[in-house]
Write a protein of this length. Sequence first.
Length: 386
Amino acid sequence: MQNLIVIIIFYQGINVLYGTICILDILSLMYYNFYMTELCKFFCIITFAILSPLYAHLCDNVFRQADKLIVKPEIYNIIVKDKATFKIFLQNNMDRAIAEIKLIAESPAFDFQIYPMKMSVPKEQRVYFEVTMIPKPNISSGNYPVTFRLVGGGREFKSFNLDVSGEAANRVQEKKETPMPENKSSPETQPSRKKESALLAVKKIFQPPKIDGRLMEECWKNAGVAGNFSCPGQGKPVYQTVGLFTYDASSLYLGFYCRDNEPEKISDKDRIEIQISPDPSGKTYYSIVITGDRKMTFKKFRSSGEVQDIQPANLVYGMYRGINAWMIEIGIPFSSIGTRTPESGETWLLKIIRTKSTGYIEESYWAMDASSYHQEKGFGQIVFAP
């Protein structure tokens, strides 16, 4: 009898043990499945986190699809004596919306009012900017080049110009380079067989400009033009600068047109620097810096490392702030940089550096040599013409 009881207890113990093992097995399986499920979720989250920025980068870069943004101005011919208001339509044929885009206008003859300042462009939708062009004071009646640029995300999105020359007027011309003011005498726009003629030519004048910063005088229309500024290692800047150069028997005259959406906000950190050397070796050069608060510094640099502050006699400059640009005019007497009136064909070294520090920050420069290449660490060249 005792043996039977022992056998029964043993059998029941085995059943309990088996049941316990089954329960534990079920629990372990559930835990395993739960663990694997959570593990899969974890890897999915990590994979998504890694790939999402890449996906966003490829999709958000609308500059890769610039050919699917259609631009159509409402009118093409602009007469300078009239105030003109018109629309520029944008048609977004991309596969997604453009988050932000801004229209920038450039012309030596007009000030601009553009509404809105910036906007988004929904997918497969048409929107427009309303542009009002106001002639600058003392501008003669006639046709002038007008340039528009679409920018967004800190880069140039697209650029085009209205052909208002009176020749083949009804079309929009897209281009890769930011245009310079129309100037038929500028050697930068005319290829030549002579190396010397590839340099920026500075023509002589007999009636000096009024130095007030407005760039309104007749002499600037035939001045040498320094355009297509470059950013160090980054290509073309968002906010372009145009330099103008001319001279008479006593002085060198420089004018600068600096694109800026908010010129009224520029400060002492916004500046134009002119580095100029009558010495072909460049061992001695002069630096003139004019800042947005209308202050100037003038220094002389020697190859030995010596720097000398100069108080130039009779050097004059003026600044003017327009609606979408600020301008500078400078008259530099040749005597203030230790030289005399240059002879025809004489070559000087020149570099222009613009620092934009208000709003969008960038630095650009002009230093073009005879090969039409910007010397980032050196000087460009100008040649004096009759």
